[in-house]
Design a protein around this ligand. Sequence first.
Ligand code: UD1
Length: 387
Amino acid sequence: MKILSVVGARPNFMKVAPFIHEIQRYNRENDKVIEHILVHTGQHYDPSMSDIFFDRLKIPRPDFNLGIGSGGHGEQLGSTMIEFDNLLQNVHPDWVVVIGDVNATLSCSVIAKRHHIKVCHIESGLRSFDKRMPEEINRMVTDSISDLLLTPDNISSDNLRKEGKSEKNIQFVGNIMIDTLVNNVEEARLFNTNDIIENNRFKNDKKRTFKVEEGSFGLMTLHRPSNVDHYEVLSDFIKTLDQTICPKLPIVLPLHPRTEKQLKTFDLWDKFNAIENLILLKPIGYLELLKLNTIAKLFISDSGGIQEECTYLGTPCITLRDSTERPITLKEHGGVSVLVGTNICLLETSFEEFLNKERQPQKPQYWDGRTAGRCLKAIQDYDSSFG
Ligand code: UD1
């Protein structure tokens, strides 16, 4: 069997790692070898957004890099389709495996089907029901054409059933990102927190000295267009950080390139950089963020994956989004996260509440570190049953 896996942007890298390691394990233990090809579309290309994940998570170098780079969504989707189409003229896998909901997921699944290749979607069935999110469109299109829909939880499987997908195509396998967390958390715990901070300080942020210890700081990430592409929203966040949050709890914030660019475009950079107790870092590696997450008091974020990592680790999580495709992480479903969107009042109330909250780790079904094995088995079983 020949499997081609596609990655494009940062959240894909931690999800492909356990899948590739599972194929390597299978090949060591069996006579029949699975040939694996890794394609990186190149959407994320900075070493801190890409290479560091390959190195730290021991992902083999991609066999092909399509070199797409930054650009508008049309440009990214279109260029990826053209380049992947060219690649599939010469490379003929039995399966194309796409992951998550980034632009690579949509472009490559569509082109694979145009080449009559079976498509497996890992992390299928997640729905925010908000079509203004580019990722929601990516998820819906990919799920509508994929042959094998591998879901992280039962809510996602039910979403697919409601959309009329057939049982033979749906398989509940669990959360593959939790495999990566389980595989790496002990190594991450060995990292020295203050070294992480000092080695990753943002260029202009050397002025403050800062020592962190368990529970003495909060973490924050921010990159979604809905939060960083609007002046009013971004300046409201800055005001709240400056006046309410940072005076009570120092915040460590690894800065996404999109957010840095927008802060400078809106002329908000100096104000942002001057906030007392806001520790700005460059984008940091997976293990570094994982270590900080194991000891942070709370996490404020608009990322999807972080809601899941916080749920597993029990870190109280304030999610700066109006909706989530991962409802299993919400408090009302037994998780640790609350949605506050861009509502500053809600953000401040949740912050006050979470300041006194203890960690409550949760392990939803199949968040057990063995999802990659179930993914590979699902592909093999599909071939045995349906060819
Ligand atoms: C993408 C994903 C999003 C994911 C996020 C994680 C889509 C539709 N979105 O959004 O789901 O949560 O990745 O980061 O696929 N840039 C760099 N260096 C890089 C990459 C990006 O400087 O290596 C800058 C560029 O200015 C670029 C901007 O960041 O224009 C945004 O990058 P892009 O890949 O378009 O989307 P993300 O916001 O990262």
